[in-house]
Write a new protein. Structure first.
Length: 257
């Protein structure tokens, strides 16, 4: 929006876009700043947040000829870089620049939610509200569909997992490494190291256990699956926490598939 007034006159962009008359602007004056929520605003484009939210889920539902047995919803925060003094921009240490941190919810190639957020927030901020809304809308159409959520360790939060467990929603989330987890998989890591020494190929050993946080930040013990891996002469343990049962999803199958 800040640069649009200048870029629409840029001769190189005009050539790349195939415009023959370089005296004419490439586009009209910016209307990006005219998008306003609800109601009437002179000279501005009106939108209704709830309508857009419902539309994204409806398009996903209508893309199916019949109700699926199971769907997987992927939660993903990512960066949208900002290059000016936009309101709400913050520096993010992981991405190493000023940006926003929008939340996306996908199922396969379908986008079910896109929510703009400031970059100084937790990766999971607002995700429970969005998932509650999406699950409710999906189940109005497909009451028996099994729903599984997938996300990185930023979504491994007790509040979220509690709600999912109480509303027939499964989850597989990354779980950040710590020394206590490392001690629980020490034997498996030793086994993987011995395999690597014999073959000099990446070696994986999968284990699982019930885990409860010492601090009490989890309200209940939960199933953790660990990949005890040894690669290039060093260990590389990784963990996920899940509500999926071991009978249907043994450790290696769950982690790899």
């Amino acid at each position: 929006m800040n640069d649009h007034e200048q870029l629409r006159q840029d001769p190189v962009l005009k050539l790349l876009a195939g415009q023959e008359d370089l005296e004419q602007p490439l586009a009209g004056k910016s209307t990006l700043n005219r998008l306003e929520p609800g109601g009437r605003h002179a000279g501005k484009i009106t939108f209704w947040k709830q309508g857009i939210d419902e539309l994204l889920v409806n398009v996903f539902i209508e893309a199916h000829a019949a109700a699926p047995d199971q769907i997987v919803l992927g939660l993903d925060p990512t960066d949208v870089a900002s290059h000016g003094d936009q309101e709400g921009r913050f520096f993010h240490g992981y991405y190493d620049h000023y940006c926003y941190l929008p939340l996306y919810v996908f199922s396969g190639e379908h986008l079910l939610c896109a929510r703009l957020r400031c970059a100084h927030t937790d990766a999971s901020a607002g995700s429970l509200t969005e998932i509650q809304r999406i699950v409710e809308q999906i189940r109005r159409h497909w009451p028996l569909v099994r729903i599984t959520l997938r996300g990185d360790s930023g979504f491994c939060r007790d509040e979220l997992m509690n709600w999912y467990e109480n509303h027939r929603v499964d989850y597989v989330f990354g779980f950040a490494r710590n020394q206590r987890l490392r001690s629980l998989v020490a034997d498996a890591l030793g086994q993987a190291a011995r395999q690597w020494e014999q073959t000099h190929q990446p070696a994986r050993v999968f284990v699982e256990f019930l885990y409860q946080t010492v601090s009490g930040s989890w309200s209940r013990p939960r199933r953790v699956v660990a990949k005890a891996e040894h690669i290039a002469g060093k260990e590389n343990p990784r963990y996920v926490v899940t509500s999926l049962p071991a009978e249907a999803w043994p450790a290696q199958k769950l982690y790899e598939e």
